[in-house]
Design a protein around this ligand. Structure first.
Ligand SMILES: Nc1ncnc2c1ncn2[C@@H]1O[C@H](COP(=O)(O)OP(=O)(O)OP(=O)(O)O)[C@@H](O)[C@H]1O
Ligand SMILES: [Mg+2]
Length: 244
């Protein structure tokens, strides 16, 4: 059953056609990877889907309900949660406080209960030893995991992940990939994830969508898409050839 349906999305910025008739549908429990070179429009698509700005045209539905242009806090209540390519924790707060606020955004009260739940989540994502550290001073790898932990605190049904592995060395990627795998297996979380690291795309994706210059130019199984000559030309043959 289709859970998230993105249909005919267009978005222009002062003459730059950043998204062109983008259609992507994601079934319940499925993990779909979005690949594409820098500037292809991947983050802009997430911005259109999560209400950062409305698309010029097109429609987004979640479980059959129209959510086009809905704001992030409204979407989170419906179970759609995103992470940011550039992290946005509250820098002067500790890691534990940041996650506590995310738990509270679901209406969990009193604060003590929210903190206990946040602590359990930090333990699960391997961040408990950083609980009292100020978020602004965290190493990149920890900040990326904090971004993911905050998303999990909102109990997503659909998770939109924008380069959660960027800036992590291979040994730091594995636990994150293991966690995403576990979320799918044990909680049936549906995911749409943007990623440049091809080993991760191969490991996680049920299907892949390739974007180039604002349009979807290939879609299908991981192997089909990564061997598509248009994909190789537009992407893999260039700077990311080594990543495959
Ligand atoms: N708010 C904005 N105003 C103007 N132009 C924008 C805005 N957001 C994105 N763009 C432009 O839209 C195009 C697509 O950018 P986007 O960030 O979506 O690419 P991306 O596929 O996420 O790239 P990367 O892999 O580098 O993250 C780029 O040319 C970018 O400069
Ligand atoms: Mg991006």
């Amino acid at each position: 059953m289709t859970l998230l349906e993105i249909q005919g999305i267009n978005k222009s910025f002062r003459g730059l056609h950043a998204l062109r008739d983008v259609d992507i549908s994601v079934d319940e429990g499925e993990i779909v990877g979005i690949i594409g070179a820098n500037g292809a429009g991947k983050t802009t698509l997430f911005n259109c889907v999560t209400g950062a700005f409305p698309p010029d045209s097109g429609r987004v539905t979640l479980d059959g309900r129209d959510i086009t242009g809905a704001k992030m806090h409204v979407l989170a209540r419906s179970g759609l949660v995103r992470t940011f390519q550039l992290m946005r924790p509250f820098h002067t707060m500790t890691t534990l406080e940041n996650v506590t606020i995310a738990v509270q955004s679901r209406g969990v009260r009193p604060e003590r209960a929210a903190r206990d739940e946040a602590a359990t989540l930090l333990d699960r994502t391997g961040l408990w030893s950083w609980a009292d550290a100020e978020s602004g001073s965290l190493p990149t790898a920890v900040q990326k995991r904090l971004e993911l932990t905050r998303a999990l605190a909102m109990r997503p049904r659909v998770l939109l992940l924008d380069e959660v592995l960027a800036g992590l060395v291979p040994s730091e990627r594995t636990p994150v990939l293991d966690l995403l795998d576990e979320l799918r297996r044990e909680e049936g979380v549906t995911m749409l994830f943007i990623e440049h690291i091809m080993t991760a795309v191969r490991r996680l994706s049920d299907r892949v969508v390739m974007m180039d210059q604002g349009a979807v130019i290939a879609r299908g199984s991981v192997d089909d898409v990564l061997h598509d000559p248009r994909v190789i030309e537009a992407y893999l043959g260039k700077e990311y050839g080594d990543a495959a």
